[in-house]
Design a protein around this ligand. Structure first.
Ligand SMILES: Nc1nc2c(ncn2[C@@H]2O[C@H](COP(=O)(O)OP(=O)(O)OP(=O)(O)O)[C@@H](O)[C@H]2O)c(=O)[nH]1
Ligand SMILES: [Mg+2]
Length: 338
């Protein structure tokens, strides 16, 4: 999947409509008073945040967003029509800045949020407004105010839906590199991942979700062991945790202890993070030792009502079922969870 996280667009809000110069014409009144109406307002350029949009790809194809000018005022004190606003739909997580000044124009963090990033000019006043006791027949009206014109940059800062947790070396980075275009470093030693990586996973029907691969946790991480737990804040806003366990290593005791150790670290960091729904995965089922131990370990979890998803991040076995489960879970969660 092509993933675009930056774009540049040109925007221009509508100019205000011109005010009108006009005079009443009535029978028996040779020259009526001024009745030129005001111009209408130009359209605004408004960004609207949407959770169902996941990339800035649309912006690549549509780089000009121009709103119409307000209608001209007319005689009989008729105000010109206000032009309709132009809405630009962007994914939640998009930050919008003025290209030239770097000024922050909008931080689109909530679904449905609307921000005017270029305001339409107000209409000019018609000559009816300029009538005074000394000038009963003004022959002038105002131009509308110009709209705003600027080039803006859009940057999509992803908010992950799913966060991976587990000991170092269990294959968290391998999994995200096999399901997304992300290419984190993978290596056979602990703490290969030092900072979170994000990947966008697309599964047919235009459905996508974002997965975060974070550094491995070890016992005592909340006290600073290993890389500590501060990076867990990156998954504080995810909806689901993918808890990955490796049972291939020797010496091996059991997967449940590993599971509990990691959960205790999550709890020490934040009970909200611990309370997130988890999908539990045993990885590396292509390795003989894993396959031999698998059934017994799966049974321990099922006795406690927890389903295990056995996968191999390397061969791809079990990944399809896992992705389906993630999508199913995400669809059933209230939107406010993420
Ligand atoms: N055989 C096999 N090896 C795997 C599998 N998944 C990962 N590995 C290997 O396990 C090692 C660690 O993988 P990583 O993806 O770097 O593990 P990680 O959980 O991201 O590790 P940290 O970033 O250090 O926390 C690498 O040598 C991978 O090639 C798998 O499904 N099967
Ligand atoms: Mg890693």
């Amino acid at each position: 999947m092509r993933f675009v996280d930056e774009a540049k667009i040109y925007i221009k809000s509508g100019d205000g409509g011109q005010g009108c110069v006009s005079f009443r014409r009535e029978k028996f009144v040779p020259r009526g008073g001024p009745n030129g109406g005001d111009g209408g307002k130009g359209g605004d350029i408004i960004t609207v945040a949407s959770r169902s949009h996941r990339t800035l790809l649309d912006m690549k194809f549509n780089q000009h967003h121009v709103a119409k000018r307000g209608g001209q005022g007319e005689g009989s004190n008729k105000t010109g029509r206000n032009s309709s606003d132009v809405e630009i739909i962007v994914p939640v997580g998009t930050v919008i800045r003025d290209m030239e000044t770097g000024e922050l124009l909008a931080d689109m963090i909530e679904d449905g949020q609307r921000v005017i990033i270029a305001r339409g000019g107000i209409g000019g006043r018609g000559n009816a407004r300029f009538k005074t006791s000394t000038n009963r027949a003004p022959r002038y009206a105002q131009e509308g105010l110009p709209g705003e014109e600027r080039t803006v940059s859009l940057e999509l800062k992803l908010i992950a839906d799913v966060g991976t947790v587990g000991f170092p070396n269990v294959g968290k980075s391998t999994l995200i590199s096999s399901v997304s275009a992300a290419r984190p470093r993978i290596a056979d030693y602990p703490f290969t991942t030092l900072k979170p990586n994000l990947g966008v996973v697309s599964i047919g029907d235009y459905r996508t979700f974002v997965i975060a691969d974070i550094p491995g946790l070890i016992e005592g991480a909340h006290l600073g062991a290993g890389l500590g737990t501060t990076f867990l804040r990156h998954i504080e806003r995810t909806s689901i945790l993918l808890h990955i366990i490796d049972i291939s290593k020797d010496p091996f005791t059991n997967a449940w202890d590993d599971f509990e150790t990691i959960n205790n670290e999550l709890e020490s960091f934040s009970s909200d993070v611990r309370a997130k729904p988890q999908i539990v995965v045993i990885n590396k089922i292509d390795i003989t030792a894993t396959r031999e131990r698998l059934k017994e370990q799966v049974d321990i979890f099922s006795e406690r009502g927890i389903r295990i998803f056995p996968i191999s991040a390397v061969t791809g076995e079990g990944i399809k079922e896992l992705l389906q489960e993630i999508v199913r879970k995400l669809a059933h969660l209230p939107i406010s969870c993420s």
